[in-house]
Design a protein around this ligand. Structure first.
Ligand code: ADE
Length: 309
């Protein structure tokens, strides 16, 4: 995907000057947006993901952009499969070697596929749990052990709109919900080290070319639009802004919290999954005649002439 150049930010230009961040999945989609905003604000960023080609080309593109903008902060990349403990250890130590510290960790890497739960194989299930939940755990743990335990820091975990269940995404729904809980637990266990950890939950309305390519069609986004009270899709920039806020001193008193970036979608009554026509859930009743179950009977109005209290 071509770089949409970031030329301004709602945040102060030098907000993250001389800071260091790791952004997993930072070469594409939402992660690339987060990386760009951090870079624009003066941060040094290590991007990491499994696919070296994408990392290399995004990193090159971002370096050119920094040079054009005459900024002297840096972006580098390290290949890392977050499911692999040694890879994660290596990413954290490699970042410390390159930049000398880690102020921020953004766990944005993730992956899933649309499927009914009944069709998900054990292998597929495990892969999604390992990437989204275990990978995030390993990243947090290693960043803490190798740096943040002694030096503090801020972590943002990117989750999803799984608050009311996640039909056709049971694996990632379960994993992201677990990450939300992990975020709260770690916020308590690590607060004495000066570590803040929060999550950002982008709605399914956040559009990126990477997401569209992943799901194989753009129509999904058209369908989503009508479920959003704001009647539009969300942008990668709107997710990046929430992440930057949580990393910044503006959120100094915020930990264990999650921010939904969804245009109000989760509050809206329109379901994003239509239950097929069925009569598969018979009522439990003492009545013999099941057909009348649920019928509203005339109930005589009760008028009290005296208070019973
Ligand atoms: N993006 C998707 N899956 C990943 C993984 N296992 N490691 C790093 N980035 C990823």
């Amino acid at each position: 995907t071509k770089l949409t150049k970031l030329v301004s930010s709602v945040f102060r230009k030098e907000l993250f000057q001389s800071k260091v961040a790791i952004v997993s999945g930072g070469a594409t989609g939402i992660g690339k947006g987060i990386t760009q905003e951090l870079l624009y604000l003066g941060c040094n960023v290590m991007i990491a993901s499994r696919k070296e080609e994408r990392l290399e080309s995004s990193c090159k593109e971002l370096k050119e952009w920094l040079k054009e903008a005459k900024q002297d902060n840096q972006v580098e990349y390290l290949k890392c499969n977050i499911r692999n403990e040694d890879d994660v250890k290596n990413l954290i130590s490699g970042t410390l070697k390159t930049f000398g510290k880690i102020d921020y960790l953004v766990n944005n890497s993730g992956g899933q596929f649309l499927s009914k739960a009944e069709n998900i194989s054990l292998k597929g299930w495990n892969a999604v749990i390992e990437t989204n939940l275990t990978g995030t755990f390993l990243m947090c743990r290693e960043a803490y052990i190798q740096w943040m335990r002694d030096n503090g820091g801020a972590i943002v975990n990117i989750i999803a709109d799984m608050w009311k269940g996640f039909p056709l995404m049971s694996h990632t729904g379960a994993a992201r919900s677990a990450v939300d809980n992990l975020t709260k637990t770690l916020s308590l266990e690590w607060v004495h080290s000066g570590v803040r950890i929060n999550s950002v939950a982008p709605g399914s309305s956040i559009y990126s070319e990477t997401a569209a390519a992943n799901y194989g069609n753009v129509k999904i986004f058209d369908q989503v639009k009508s479920t959003v009270p704001m009647h539009r899709l969300g942008t990668v920039e709107e997710v990046a802004a929430a992440v930057c806020f949580l990393l910044s001193p503006a959120a100094a008193f915020i930990t264990g919290e999650s921010i939904q970036v969804d245009g109000g979608q989760t509050l809206y009554i329109t379901p994003n999954y239509e239950v097929p026509e069925h009569s598969s859930c018979p009522a439990y009743t003492w009545q013999k005649d099941l057909d009348t179950v649920g019928e509203v009977k005339d109930i005589p109005a009760v008028t009290h002439t005296k208070s019973k209290l």
